[in-house]
Design a protein around this ligand. Sequence first.
Ligand code: HEC
Length: 298
Amino acid sequence: MKRIHTFMLSAFIAVPAFGQEAAPSDTVPDSGPALTNTTIMILILLAFMILMLFVARALLKAAQAIEHAALNPQKPASAEPARMLEYAEWVALKKAKKAPPIWNKVLGLKPIEEESSLLLEENYDGITELNNPTPAWFMGLFYATIVFAVVYLLSYHVFDLGKLQEEEYRTEMAKAKSDHETFLANAANAVDETTVTESHEADVIATGQNLFAANCAPCHGDKGQGVVGPNLTDDYWIHGGKINDIFKTIKYGVADKGMISWESKLTPKQIASVANFILSLKGTNPAGAKAPQGDKEG
Ligand code: HEC
C-alpha cells in the first residue's frame, strides 16, 4: 500500500514537470495562453493515470481482503447456549463497556487492551508487528493536498486564471505608488492660511514666479513694485506680511479695494507658491517702486 501511495505522489510530481518542458516549444506566439494540444494531452493522461491508480488501489484492497480471510478462518460460534444475564453481571458488563474517548476515534487509536487484536500474523524470530493503519482523516488530508496541488497547478500555470505572486507584488507596488502620489498631491493641496509654511525651495519659488507673472503682474508690476496694487517688495503691509497673512489676502482677496479672490482660480498649493514668491521679493527695491502703504513689519 505504501508503495502505491509513493507512486501516486511521484506521478503527480512528474506529470507537471513534463508539462512544463513541453510547453515552450509548443506555444504559438500570437495565440496567447489558449488550450494547446499538448495541454489537452497532458490533461487526458493525468485523468487516465488517476483512474489507473484508483483501480490499482481497489484491486490491492480486494487481494488483501481475500488474503486476510484465508489466514483468519472464522472461529465456530460458541457451543454454549445463550442464557439470561444476572442483574449484577449485566451492570458489571455495562461498566466495563465504557465509551472510548473521542480522541481515540478521531486519531483512529485502539485502547491498549485491544492491542493484541492488531497483531499481524507475521512473526520474524519473535518480533511481531501491529497493524496500525493511518487514520482516515490523515489519509483524507493527504489526498486533499494532492487534489489541491493539481487544481493549483492547472489554474495558475496552465490556464493562467489567477495572478502569480510576482505579478501580484508588482500590481500592489504600482497601486501603492499611485496612491502615494495622489496622497502627496492632496496633502500639498490640503494647505490653508492656518497651516501654510514659509518655503525657500527653488521649484516652489519658480512656480510662484510663473503664476505671479501670469496673474498678478498687471496690478502689482512684473517685479512686484506696485501699479494699481501696492508694492509687494517693501516692509509695509496693509493686510499683514507673514506667510499666513499673504496667503489669506490672495485666497479671499480684498473685494472692495480691487484685489480679487483667487480661491476659485488657483489651487491652495499654487496660492502657497505665489505667496512664497512674494516673500522672496522682500528688499529687492525694483525701479519705480510704489510708495509704501500700510504698516511697517519685520
Ligand atoms: C486687478 C488688480 C489686481 C490683481 C490682478 C492682483 N492684485 Fe493683489 N492687490 C490689488 C490691490 C488693489 C490691492 C490692495 C488692496 C487694499 O488696498 O486693501 C492688492 C493687495 C494685494 C496684497 C496685499 C498687500 C498688502 O500690503 O497687504 C497681496 C499679497 C496681493 N495683492 C497679492 C496678489 C497676488 C499674488 C496676485 C496674483 C495671484 C494679485 N495680488 C493680483 C490688486 C490686484
